[in-house]
Design a protein around this ligand. Structure first.
Ligand SMILES: Cc1cc2nc3c(=O)[nH]c(=O)nc-3n(C[C@H](O)[C@H](O)[C@H](O)COP(=O)(O)OP(=O)(O)OC[C@H]3O[C@@H](n4cnc5c(N)ncnc54)[C@H](O)[C@@H]3O)c2cc1C
Ligand SMILES: NC(=O)c1ccc[n+]([C@@H]2O[C@H](COP(=O)([O-])OP(=O)(O)OC[C@H]3O[C@@H](n4cnc5c(N)ncnc54)[C@H](OP(=O)(O)O)[C@@H]3O)[C@@H](O)[C@H]2O)c1
Length: 254
């Protein structure tokens, strides 16, 4: 049995209440289901039955722990067993979810610092929006920099939520979009690690990215996570561990 296929007993049945398309391949799904309390930044496991088994995959909560419905942001992958099915669901359809959330990418495990940097590719903006919609980052950090790196402008989802956070948090919040395959008049064109090296990211954010004052959380494409981590390590950052606090926390999506 593959690690993504599990028995129905591990899941609770929920209901799809909405499906929001952002592009032909990029969606958000809203779900009503009885899950246990979780922390912003954590993920649940969504599941659908197929051939008498459940296909289950982790998805980060976009909603905060107090918001309902539950919301997940996903890309439909060609030949992706679960995402092909998720994109075809309709309001009222059944969907299953593991009641207990998981994940260590929460502010609970992130040490104190002046600046919190949240670096994401595409769908990994989700857990960072959940974190930014809670009060905790604003009570703990002088400034929060949210980076969203995508290939095309159309993949910059959730501009409504980003604008709402900016309206409430003012200068304490800065969002830096990266669009790598199109010219825009607002985003950095290129990749996050290069923009750290050449200073463009810090210049856009208006904050210097140095280990003494920063905590960096990196989420999404594993190659971006790895390359960004290497660039930061060369600048004196180190991985954050419970037993040995540092400045880098990561979650790779595949
Ligand atoms: C902790 C954790 C949290 C996650 N949260 C999310 C989330 O919030 N949103 C989300 O879309 N995915 C998320 N994922 C990935 C998700 O669990 C699935 O792997 C993905 O949706 C594809 O499922 P699938 O069954 O269609 O294809 P799979 O057979 O699972 O994946 C096929 C291949 O697609 C690639 N891939 C997987 N996920 C992505 C992705 N997000 N973007 C681009 N390529 C990908 C990989 O190369 C993978 O081997 C998360 C993964 C982990 C480990
Ligand atoms: N986006 C979609 O709607 C979609 C739909 C179906 C399938 N897929 C597939 O899913 C996979 C991932 O696609 P994705 O759209 O999520 O985009 P992605 O490849 O994760 O790219 C997102 C952003 O990360 C950048 N990036 C990629 N590798 C990096 C690295 N090593 N270091 C730093 N930045 C890096 C990309 O820059 P570059 O542009 O320079 O690579 C882009 O700006 C691909 O195989 C894609 O074909 C995507």
């Amino acid at each position: 049995m593959s690690s993504g296929v599990s028995s129905a007993r591990k899941f609770v049945e929920g209901r799809v209440v909405g499906l929001r398309p952002w592009t032909a391949d990029l969606f958000s799904i809203q779900v009503e289901a009885a899950v246990k309390p979780f922390r912003a930044g954590q993920f649940g496991r969504l599941a659908l039955p197929h051939d008498g088994e459940m296909i289950a995959r982790p998805y980060s909560f976009v909603n905060t722990p107090s918001e309902r419905p539950l919301e997940f942001h996903f890309i439909v992958l060609r030949d992706g067993p679960l995402t092909q099915r998720l994109a075809n669901l309709k309001p009222g359809d059944a969907i299953w979810i593991a009641p207990q959330a998981s994940g260590l990418m929460t502010l609970a495990d992130i040490p104190a610092a002046d600046y919190l940097w949240l670096l994401s590719t595409v769908t990994a903006i989700g857990p960072f929006l959940s974190i930014c919609k809670t009060d905790e980052p604003w009570q703990r950090f002088k400034k929060v920099v949210l980076v969203h790196a995508v290939r095309y402008t159309s993949e910059l989802a959730y501009q409504d939520i980003i604008r709402a956070i900016a309206a409430v948090r003012g200068k304490q919040f800065v969002c830096v979009p990266f669009v790598s395959r199109e010219d825009t008049d607002f985003a950095i064109r290129g990749r996050v690690p290069q923009a750290i090296e050449d200073g463009r990211l810090a210049a856009h954010a208006g904050v210097s990215l140095v280990a003494a004052s920063s905590q960096v959380v990196i989420c999404g494409n594993p190659e971006m996570v790895k390359d960004t981590r290497h660039v930061l390590e060369a600048r004196g950052f180190k991985k954050n561990r419970c037993s040995d606090p540092g400045q880098i926390t990561v979650e790779a999506y595949w």
